[in-house]
Write a new protein. Structure first.
Length: 362
């Protein structure tokens, strides 16, 4: 994903990748090979400490293994030179770590921190969200998101095969979808009920005597404080489908759907019925590089750069609070599967010395 960010930045006017930090030598070489055609003045370091101390960069993109996010974020925020931060999802793997980073970032108003929940920028999904906000569907009561896709990719040292490193599949992968639910419904999630398992993928793999323990399928239901509900249908051994992501929003007036990668949006009303459904093929003309995520990573960088240039506050893009709530929902879903019980967001978020975090009080 670090290389993917570099490729996106190569197409962003006014951006230049000046340094990379990575302890993995093959990854360092891959970064240098990628940078060569763009003639960037690239310096390569073995640690993020060296990168920060170099004073070469203004913005840091954190696309390291999930379990390293917390310490790296704290090191960047506490560094004497201010660096704006785009941190890949998930924000951190643990709720308490997210909270500590938020507290530290609050003490640094000179730093903008954006969380990489870029699915909200996918053109068809962004179009659907825009339609929802116009009120064309009425009051939103239900959101259903389906991701049917391929298994987890191979990463350096196969770190993503274990819950202890990723935070669990429903944190690692699905924080994207919990963020979309929150954005569409515009209320606070209160309770999560989930069922999931590790049934097909990676069961024939072994690392240091351990079999991977990450979920490869799940259903998650989320209840909101305004009475709305949302559902996630995740399957990671479902390559044989036309679309990887499907988002459905139902209000008391109409229904909207977005499909990726078809890049199609359907909007219909109850009064118009099936014959009145409007279908739109959606493309964003701003996208100069589609990449692995249908242009959403490119648009994410444009949003982040605009926020920095306009000196907007941390709630103006994908805020750290939104990152925290998306992680908390994933943690609640993992706990629900482990315990067989429904889990409230409040019990996940509330910890000793910490307040309950509301999305609506950003």
């Amino acid at each position: 994903m670090g290389r993917e960010h570099m490729l996106n930045l190569a197409h962003v006017d006014g951006a230049s990748v000046v340094c990379v930090a990575d302890p993995h030598l093959p990854s360092q070489q891959a970064a240098m090979d990628l940078a060569s055609p763009y003639q960037w003045p690239l310096k390569v370091f073995s640690s993020h400490h060296e990168l920060l101390d170099s004073g070469l960069c203004d913005i840091v993109v954190v696309s390291t293994p999930n379990m390293t996010h917390y310490q790296i974020l704290m090191d960047i925020i506490s560094h004497r030179k201010p660096h704006h931060i785009l941190v890949e999802k998930p924000f951190c793997t643990k709720v308490e770590d997210c909270k500590r980073v938020i507290e530290a970032a609050t003490e640094r108003p000179d730093i903008l921190v954006q969380v990489g929940l870029e699915y909200r920028y996918m053109p068809p999904i962004a179009k659907l969200i825009k339609e929802v906000k116009t009120g064309v569907l009425g009051r939103v009561w239900m959101v259903a998101i389906r991701e049917h896709r391929f298994p987890f990719l191979v990463k350096v040292n196969n770190w993503n095969r274990f819950n202890a490193n990723t935070g669990g599949t429903l944190v690692e992968k699905c924080c994207h979808f919990f963020d979309l639910m929150n954005l569409i419904i515009g209320a606070n999630p209160v309770r999560v009920i989930a069922s999931g398992s590790h049934d097909v993928n990676h069961k024939d793999e072994e690392y240091d005597g351990k079999i991977p323990d990450i979920l490869d399928n799940a259903y998650v239901i989320v209840e909101y404080d305004n009475g709305s509900r949302a559902m996630l249908d995740l399957c990671m051994f479902a390559e044989g489908g036309k679309n990887e992501q499907e988002v459905c929003v139902v209000g008391d007036i109409g229904k909207g759907e977005a499909f990726v990668p078809e890049s199609i949006v359907h909007i219909g009303t109850r009064a118009g019925g099936r014959a009145g459904v409007q279908t739109t093929e959606v493309h964003d003309e701003r996208v100069k590089y589609a990449g692995l995520h249908h242009g959403s990573s490119y648009l994410e960088h444009l949003e982040f750069l605009a926020a920095i240039r306009k000196k907007r506050n941390q709630a103006s893009t994908v805020s750290v609070r939104e990152g925290l709530i998306s992680v908390a929902m994933g943690v609640a879903a993992q706990l629900s599967i482990e315990t067989g019980q429904s889990i409230t967001i409040k019990e996940v978020l509330e910890g000793k010395g910490h307040e309950y975090f509301s999305l609506l009080d950003k």
